[in-house]
Structure formats: C-alpha cells, structure tokens
Design a protein around this ligand. Structure first.
Ligand SMILES: Nc1ncnc2c1ncn2[C@@H]1O[C@H](COP(=O)(O)OP(=O)(O)OP(=O)(O)O)[C@@H](O)[C@H]1O
Ligand SMILES: [Mg+2]
Length: 386
C-alpha cells in the first residue's frame, strides 16, 4: 500500500511539474524575440526547480557572453555586481559547462576542483545545478541554478526538468537567430535592389540623356530655320529637366531616412563600402551627430559619403581611406581622404556635380583636391547642420 501510495504521490508530483514545463516550452517556442525567450526560460527554470537563483548565459560568435539573464538577486545586488565585476566571465564552473558540456549537479559547488570563487558582493551559493544549452554539436551557453528553496540539494528530477528546458532553450535560441537572420536578409535584399536601380539610373540613363542633350545643343547653331532651332532648344531643356527629375528619383531610391541615427548610417555606409574598396576605411565621428543634425543635411551627408567612397573605390586605387564626419560650431563636415592616384582638376561628372549641388543648396561648400601631404585625394563637404 505504501508503495502504491508512494508511486501515486510521485506521479501526481510529476504531473504537477510537467504541466508548467510544457507551458514553458510551448511559450518559449512561440516567441521569436531572443531576450524575451531567454527571460522566460530563466523564470520557468526557477519556478520548476523551486530555487532561489537562476541564470542563463548565451555565448556569441566571439566566445564572449552575448546575452545574460539572471533572476533571483535583488536590484541592489545586481547593480553592485554590474558596477564592480560586470557579467560572469565564464571562468570556473561556468566555463566548464561550455568546455565540457554536460550537466553538473553539486551539493556544494565551493568544494569543486574547478570552483573559481564568487566575486565580492555576490550572494553566497552552494547548491548548484548547471546544464549546457546546446543544439546538435553547438553549445550556445548554459543554464544554471543555485540554492534550492528550503535548503535541499537539487535532485535527479530537477536535473531532468532543467535538461528538458535547456533543450527547448537551444531550439528557441536557434529559432530566434534564424528568424533575425532571415529578416536581416530580407531587409538587405530590398535595399540592394533599390540601390541597384538607383545605380542603373545614375550610370546609364542619366549619362545617355546627358549625351543626347549635349549633341543636340551642339547642332542648334547649324539649324537655319529659327523655329526649328527654338524647338530643338526646347528639347534640350526638356532633357535637362528629365535629368533633374531622375536625380530626385535616385535620391528617393536611396535608403530612406529612418529612426536610425546619422552615426549608425555613416557606419553602415562605410561598412558596405569596404567590399568594393578592398579595405576597411578608418572612421572618425565627432560631435552630436544623432541629435544635432537636421534630417536634410544628415540625409545629404550620407549620400555624399556614399558617392565619395564609391569614387575612391572606382577611381583611386588607394590602399588607405580615412573617413571623418564631424559636427563642430554648427557645421556638419564630411571628409574622405584616400592615398590613391589623385584627382585631376576638370574631371567632374555627375557624381561630383551632384555633391556640389547638394552643398550649394544648403549654403555650404565643397572641395576636392590633393590630400594633405600632396598625395591622394581629399574631398571635403561642409554644410550648416540645421
Ligand atoms: N578619389 C578619387 N581619386 C581619383 N580620381 C577621382 C576620385 N574621385 C573622382 N575622381 C575622378 O573624377 C572624375 C569625376 O568623378 P564623378 O564622381 O563626378 O564621376 P564618376 O565617378 O566618373 O561618374 P559618376 O557620375 O558615376 O559619379 C572621375 O571619373 C575620376 O576620374
Ligand atoms: Mg562618381
């Protein structure tokens, strides 16, 4: 009887714990926002293993902690640790879970050979249950608990439940990563497409219209009948106008102003240019670029930078490119230096003409010429920031 009763009691107990586990797993799988998922896993772990502390660390591609969520400490304890030692460094037992990914269940972690000690300000802990979070052969991080409520040791049931949770966590982490990658790719695809269309318009359509307008303009003085000459001149004006319209379309096709600040946009333009340049430009950003530059100038600065870097990539044959964007005394300056073949004055086509026009429209200035030491090319574009 006692056995039957015992087993029955056990089953009920298991059932009581299985339900929240299932709920936790289902809710984990349905959320694609990684930090939210991790937070749920940690709080589920703490409830399911009935313990005081639960934490989860995810390791990024560089081997460092990329995400860290902890439950159970007071805000003061967290603040103090953040201020003194920051997040766990993955030494000792936490490192062990990654380097030798297997469950670690200890009655007293302080006696373990790999125990590294806890930093000052960390609440004391002895009971420990740590499981690696992994999927197939990749270890994503670890989930670890300490101090079961009531002082008991973690048992094998806790172990099984937390292992199940860690498995779900591994899937959730990968799910969230794949989702954000696919979103990124989608976004990137759209931008690439727009840029390709803009380039085609700029490189092909505008050039052809220019050529047509110029050859027409050249023949007008050979036309004897005044009426015909006027008509041809009208066509030339029309072509000029079309070029202007296409320019504004190109401008509109460039990535739109969005919530992203100027700094981030400068960085992404520079990053995108590294491929075509075959090198990574140095970058110097100074001043309150995100808050103290109006949308118009900031928009233009990004376009200017893009053209300057594209010129450096296409014409300069440089081994070094320096980008400077600064806000100083109310002026927004974009400066691009390259140590390449140098710029011959007079060579000015639609790209540079466009930069000049953008500077003039905003009451600013534009210069292109030899670099500081006489070598290479320096382009300087400056406009009032507001
Ligand atoms: N960084 C540079 N180094 C050397 N030469 C340059 C540099 N930037 C521009 N040039 C020269 O100046 C010319 C004019 O540049 P511009 O941007 O106006 O036209 P483009 O790049 O040839 O054509 P696009 O109209 O597509 O921009 C280039 O063709 C090139 O000869
Ligand atoms: Mg150009």
């Amino acid at each position: 009887m006692a056995n039957a009763y015992g087993r029955h009691g056990r089953e009920r107990q298991d059932h009581d714990r299985l339900q929240p586990l299932l709920e936790a797993v289902v809710s984990i799988g349905s959320d694609l926002d990684l930090p939210a998922v991790l937070d749920r896993i940690v709080s589920a772990a703490r409830v399911l293993a009935d313990c005081q502390y639960a934490a989860l660390g995810v390791i990024g591609e560089d081997g460092q902690l990329s995400e860290f969520v902890a439950h159970g400490m007071t805000d003061e304890e967290v603040a103090e640790l953040e201020a003194t030692v920051g997040r766990p460094h993955g030494q000792g037992l936490l490192g062990l879970l990654v380097s030798r990914p297997q469950t670690l269940r200890l009655a007293d972690m302080t006696t373990h050979l790999e125990y590294f000690g806890l930093p000052a300000g960390h609440p004391p802990m002895r009971r420990f249950l740590g499981v690696p979070i992994r999927l197939r052969n990749e270890v994503f991080g670890n989930l670890y608990l300490a101090e079961k409520n009531g002082g008991a040791e973690f048992g094998s049931e806790d172990e099984q439940i937390i292992e199940a949770l860690a498995t779900a966590a591994g899937i959730a982490v990968e799910n969230a990563r794949l989702f954000s990658e696919s979103q990124e790719r989608e976004r990137y695809g759209v931008i690439e497409d727009r840029l390709r269309i803009a380039r085609d318009l700029h490189d092909v359509v505008i050039q052809q219209l220019y050529a047509a307008a110029m050859s027409l303009a050249a023949v007008t003085h050979q036309i004897d009948q005044p009426a015909a000459a006027t008509q041809v001149n009208g066509v030339v004006d029309l072509l000029d106008d079309t070029v202007r319209q296409i320019r504004s379309t190109i401008f509109a096709l460039q990535p739109q102003p969005n919530e992203e600040g100027l700094r981030a946009r400068v960085m992404s333009v520079v990053r995108d240019a590294s491929g075509p340049l075959g090198l990574t430009p140095s970058m110097e950003l100074t001043g309150l670029l995100d808050t103290d530059v109006a949308a118009g100038p900031s928009e233009d600065a990004v376009a200017v930078l893009r053209e300057a870097l594209s010129n450096a990539a296409r014409h300069a044959r440089a081994t070094r490119v320096d980008v400077r964007v600064s806000l100083s005394e109310g002026d927004l300056t974009v400066q691009v230096f390259d140590n390449g073949v140098g710029f011959s004055p007079g060579a000015r086509r639609s790209g540079l003409a466009n930069l000049e026009a953008r500077a003039e429209r905003l009451g600013g200035s534009f210069e292109i010429g030899p670099g500081g030491s006489g070598q290479g090319t320096t382009l300087t574009w400056r406009v009032p920031a507001l």
